[in-house]
Design a protein around this ligand. Structure first.
Ligand code: GLA
Length: 388
């Protein structure tokens, strides 16, 4: 986690010398359940021990935000009442969440903020959700007497992505960042929003992320296109079954998908097929975890990777390459994690294979792409909170 004193020293230096309150929110991993959140399905995330830490203080202006992104060494000042908002993409998260918190009744006025992060950008670990949740937590505390519920903060983060950042994401990332608990994964039903904490201590195994350090832009079309495909399939199924209520793919069966196969076209069909399979895989993984059957968990992870790569088409050559290396090394489970188009694979690996796997992956990836993947050992940490 980022050192509080590091953030504080920059906050003091860049503003008026006074200190504020410090808040932090984590990034996330996801064991299984990818692209299921906006389809009303299940996800299985956990918060990590890396995230965003921000110092914030009310500055007694009506609507002036003075913001400093420590890692980028970039300062942006803007007005909350300016309908255009700031241009810098990182500042739009601050602007967006502040306006969304206002919609929830929090009387947000001017404030100063400096923040830093150790959750890698573009690695599929949700640095953006970590920002939204961290800033929401701070604004709720500074201006809102902490009256906004955790779920409302999750939704405000999601609305920030939709309304100010151009990504029509689901709720998994913001949920994990707000509700995370050390040592626990969480199974969330994205339709009912019920969730359960699952202590995760796989005896003899560990989770490790391999970051391809490839970043393909998620904002805009590729992610939103996938979502549109899913919604299109639901529309066709609904039209065929006017008597039923089909809101998301969660409500649809394999038979119903087959019925619309021709009319929706090959691409949308394949995408929906992945989502229906993934919905079942999350539940199978829960059962396997309850039985301590990690080999089964791993098998599901490989299936997910295949589906994400071939049917959902959100992988890339570098991630397929890392997945192949995992298979060759006898790693229990491996798959692309998060939205896709770059970032990390998540690997469930037996302790005795760990060292050899990491060495092989580094060496082979380097030989193919000219740089080593980054390695992050997963430590499951706590959700959003005030530090001081
Ligand atoms: C991104 C989105 C999430 C989710 C994942 C894929 O991280 O923000 O809502 O859809 O992709 O599972």
């Amino acid at each position: 986690m980022i050192d509080i004193e590091f953030v504080r020293s920059r906050f003091i230096k860049h503003f008026d010398g006074k200190t504020g309150n410090v808040y932090t929110s984590p990034g996330r991993i996801n064991l299984i359940g990818e692209h299921t959140d906006y389809n009303g399905g299940f996800v299985f995330p956990g918060a990590v021990d890396k995230g965003i830490t921000a110092e914030m203080r009310i500055n007694d202006t009506e609507d002036t935000v003075m913001a400093y992104a420590i890692d980028l060494k970039d300062r942006v000042d803007f007005h909350l009442n300016d309908p255009a908002g700031p241009k810098a993409s990182w500042a739009r998260y601050i602007y967006g969440i502040a306006l969304e918190m206002r919609k929830l009744g929090v009387p947000v006025k001017g404030f100063n903020i400096a923040f830093a992060g150790d959750v890698p950008l573009g690695a599929g670990m949700s640095s953006s959700a970590a920002m939204e949740s961290c800033f929401a937590c701070g604004l709720n505390d500074l201006f809102g007497e902490n009256k906004v519920s955790q779920w409302d903060m999750v939704l405000a983060g999601q609305a920030t992505e939709h309304n100010y950042c151009g990504v029509n994401c689901g709720i998994m990332d913001q949920f994990a960042s707000v509700f995370g608990k050390a040592g626990c994964l969480m199974r969330l039903d994205c339709r009912s929003r019920e969730f359960e904490y699952f202590p995760f201590k796989p005896d003899g195994y560990r989770l490790v992320l391999l970051d391809s350090v490839v970043k393909h832009q998620l904002a805009g079309s590729p992610y939103n296109d996938r979502r549109n495909s899913c919604e299109n399939v639901v529309k066709h199924i609904q039209a065929k079954h006017p008597e039923g209520k089909f809101e998301t793919l969660r409500d649809c069966t394999w038979e119903q998908l087959e019925e619309v196969k021709e009319e929706v076209g090959a691409e949308d069909y394949s995408r929906a097929k992945f989502v229906l399979g993934e919905k079942d895989r999350v539940l199978a993984v829960c059962d396997a975890l309850n039985e301590g059957d990690y080999e089964k968990v791993g098998e599901m992870m490989y299936k997910t990777h295949e589906g994400l790569s071939k049917d959902y088409e959100v992988s890339c050559v570098e991630l397929d390459f890392l997945n192949d290396i995992a298979k060759e090394c006898g790693v229990t489970g491996s798959r692309i994690m998060g939205g896709g188009f770059g970032g990390c694979t998540i690997n469930l690996v037996r302790n005795d294979l760990y060292k050899q796997f990491i060495e092989t992956a580094k060496q082979k990836f380097n030989a193919e792409y000219g740089h080593e993947p980054k390695v992050y050992d997963v430590v499951i940490g706590d959700g959003s909170r005030r530090l001081c």
